[in-house]
Design a protein around this ligand. Sequence first.
Ligand code: ATP
Ligand code: MG
Length: 511
Amino acid sequence: MQQTAIWLNSIGLGAYAQRFAENDIDFSVLRYLTDQDLEKLGVSLGHRRKILAAIAELGGAAFAMPQAVAEPAQQGEAERRHLTVMICDLVGSTALSARLDPEDMRAVIDAYHAACARITLTYDGFLAEFRGDGILAYFGYPIAHEDDAERTVRAGLDIIAAVGRLETRAAEPLAVRIGIATGVVVIGDLSREGALREHAVVGETPNLAARLQALGEPGTIVVAASTRRLIGDLFRLRDLGRHEVRGIAEPIAAWAVEGVSASESRFEAVRAAGLTDFIGREDEIDFLLERQRLAWKGEGQIVLISGEPGIGKSRLAAALAERIVGEPHTRLRYQCSPYHSNSALRPFIAQLERAAAFKADDTSEQRLDKLEALLAIGASRVEAVAPLFAALLSIPSGERYPPLALSPTQQRRRTLAALLDQFEGLARRQPILLSFEDVHWADATSLELLDLTVERVRQLPVLALFTFRPEFEPPWVGLPNVGTLTLGRLDRNDVESMVARVTGGRALPAE
Ligand SMILES: Nc1ncnc2c1ncn2[C@@H]1O[C@H](COP(=O)(O)OP(=O)(O)OP(=O)(O)O)[C@@H](O)[C@H]1O
Ligand SMILES: [Mg+2]
């Protein structure tokens, strides 16, 4: 219930905390609250609007992908959990408090705490402690997600940005330092309400996170080796080498996070390192090769690949791509993300940015040049569509193009049409293998574009693979040229040979 109270505080409506608690509204049910519910609780109209807007802002990420909900431990019982721990500290707060009068200082700290609380909750983390000018948050508790380490780093990046934007009476912008580490910790008494300190965690991890935090520059995140392994190449990292720190025997390795990386797919960023040989799935590969032959003849094909997390959808798509590397074709890859389910066309935007090879420090002029070069490959009249693409990619086009002068609806329709034409232009040059990964996280506009793509593909040499988890119900089943592959577990033989390869042929007991 405290999470709800902290969240209410962060939007300035802490006064309702008790009423929410009395009605058993914990954080997990927030998103199901309706206007009528709130009215019944006696929340005023203005506050109802504010609460509903804040709930909507929590977005999908706060609730996506719960893997296991912790069983509350018995009163007084401790629990071992695998957590990612974040420690965030306000830089120069002592100096700041010497300069500000106490009330202004209080306001600074409150605004900073509220920002940390709001962002931590957005990523479904748990704010365990406010420590003076620092905060301690856990990710992976009480709800564990497959990507807790990634969530933690994303939350850290958001906190740095939000704190830098806070308007306060301090002369200069505020900055924080953040340390992140992952490991097994023992969490104290989980059942008592009311006192955050009851959630005290014990173990090396929080200590490690605190030490890493102290190593960083203001405005940066430093992560431990344990976290670094989990986040793979999802972020741009700078190796900070090894450091001797107090309280830890061995020198510790540390990395600074420089930003989100533009990797092509989640699969490659997290799992490509140390791939074992591809095993089994021969029928599926045959099915895909069969579709590919039809597609290359100009009868475009869509294959819907569905299955549980980790069952091998991405790996299957990668295996097909390997099988056909020798044949000339264009490979287009799109990746959806649980963090951007509300951001229109995000997978398409990211693909264009990668294909155009934008660099972080490119000027708008350079980006427009690169964009036009990219569009020239597929479009016959670049100048007609470049302004639409520039708007889609949020590149200020200055004097280069006349203003668009379209209503939002017109602009949206023309953007979708331009994306489709661009795609068709590419397909007319050579066949396309397209993969669109994790459709279950796609935004509504991307889904609409996929609808149009499914139609357009039929007369083009295109094989399109859409991967998704079982919770997504694809609207394309039964349409012409649409096939389905539902991946189940590998059979016993395949599993045995996979195990044998991982263990290098050493005999293992049958169980
Ligand atoms: N047939 C296979 N042979 C060898 N390794 C495999 C095979 N299928 C899957 N794997 C391995 O299992 C892991 C999970 O597979 P993959 O990432 O493809 O799952 P997924 O279905 O795409 O999961 P998600 O829903 O999380 O995207 C990867 O490390 C992958 O290399
Ligand atoms: Mg996958």
